[in-house]
Design a protein around this ligand. Structure first.
Ligand code: MN
Length: 320
């Protein structure tokens, strides 16, 4: 998915307690005012990252009856991995390396942009009635931000079950169940479902910071009952987490080692400074160096880059 605005940051007023923060997020229309609606919780103005997770859009459930569904034309990325995860429905991914891959619930599409890639995402012609999912970005560390671009589809992810809890591990590991997906910094991403009324304890790493987003139902965690919408930031220093479902619940657990480097996030680019962004933007607009290649098969034009701001972009840390 694409950030269609130049500045992806959302206001996200944080309501803080002593140990948690509720990041409210903001509604964003993909593809303009008539596009599909998403709720963006990262980056928020105050808390920009959780580990290396630097972007989080949740969407749906959307009824696709009479709708074109998702239509995000070819657009470029640098310096990040895109993590696409569905709860319901299908999305067709095409990229400039020639991959054409439909994603379905329980399967991971992981695209590593590195020095540059472009892709499109669309609801395929034959599709289910409902679309629901999340689009995440992981920032690459400086040592790996220029790696060659790649794309992986993981159809067989580890699933952990215990009592009323089921965890599907997208990235990193949960209680020893490790995803095969390639990570460049220590992090974890998992989808967790809880049966109605179930209480479960999840082992955490005290050196990781964590956050939880509820996708369905309601879960009580760290004295907060979380329903779909906001992202609950849990901080670090926890060895375990108690989760209690009200109605059956589905949530995303995100965590990682706090990201130490400062970044510039602009449009679909993660760079280290203003000039990284200028270079990437120029390459996309001209495509004279072939940096982003060409996406074949998408019925529509590429997405043009927004104009650069008048002032220089300032690198920012994980929190401010
Ligand atoms: Mn994208």
């Amino acid at each position: 998915m694409s950030s269609l605005e130049a500045d992806p940051e959302v206001p996200g007023p944080a309501r803080a307690s002593s140990e948690t923060e509720l990041l409210e997020g903001a509604p964003v229309a993909l593809g303009g005012p008539r596009g599909m609606g998403v709720v963006r919780t990262l980056p928020s103005r105050h808390r920009r990252m959780v580990g290396a997770w630097c972007f989080l859009d949740a969407y749906g459930p959307h009824d696709l009856t009479g709708s074109a569904g998702m239509r995000v034309g070819p657009h470029p990325h640098i310096g990040l991995q895109t993590v696409s995860w569905l709860v319901s429905g299908e999305i067709l991914h095409r990229d400039s390396l020639g991959h054409r891959q439909e994603i379905r619930p329980g399967r991971l599409n992981l695209m590593t942009a590195g020095r540059g890639i472009s892709h499109s995402e669309e609801t395929p012609p034959v599709h289910g009635a409902v679309l629901q999912g999340v689009q995440l970005w992981v920032a690459l560390p400086g040592s790996d931000r220029d790696v060659a671009p790649s794309f992986d589809h993981h159809a067989d992810l580890p699933v952990l079950t215990e009592g009323g809890l089921t965890a599907t591990v997208l990235m990193g590991d949960v209680a020893g169940a490790a995803s095969p997906a390639r990570c460049y910094t220590p992090l974890v991403g998992a989808e967790i479902t809880l049966a109605a009324g179930a209480t479960s304890r999840l082992p955490l790493r005290p050196d990781f910071e964590y956050a939880i987003l509820t996708l369905d139902g309601a879960v009580t965690v760290a004295a907060t009952t979380l329903t779909p919408g906001p992202l609950l930031y849990l901080g670090s220093g926890r060895a375990e987490l108690s989760l209690t479902a009200g109605p059956p619940a589905r949530l995303m657990l995100l965590g990682g080692e706090p990201f130490a480097e400062k970044l510039v996030m602009w449009w679909n680019f993660v760079g280290r400074d203003h000039d990284d962004i200028v270079d990437a933007r120029r390459a996309w607009e001209s495509d004279d160096d072939g940096r982003f290649g060409t996406v074949h098969g998408y019925a529509g034009p590429p997405i043009p880059a927004p104009p650069m701001p008048i002032t220089r972009l300032v690198p920012r840390g994980r929190v401010r």
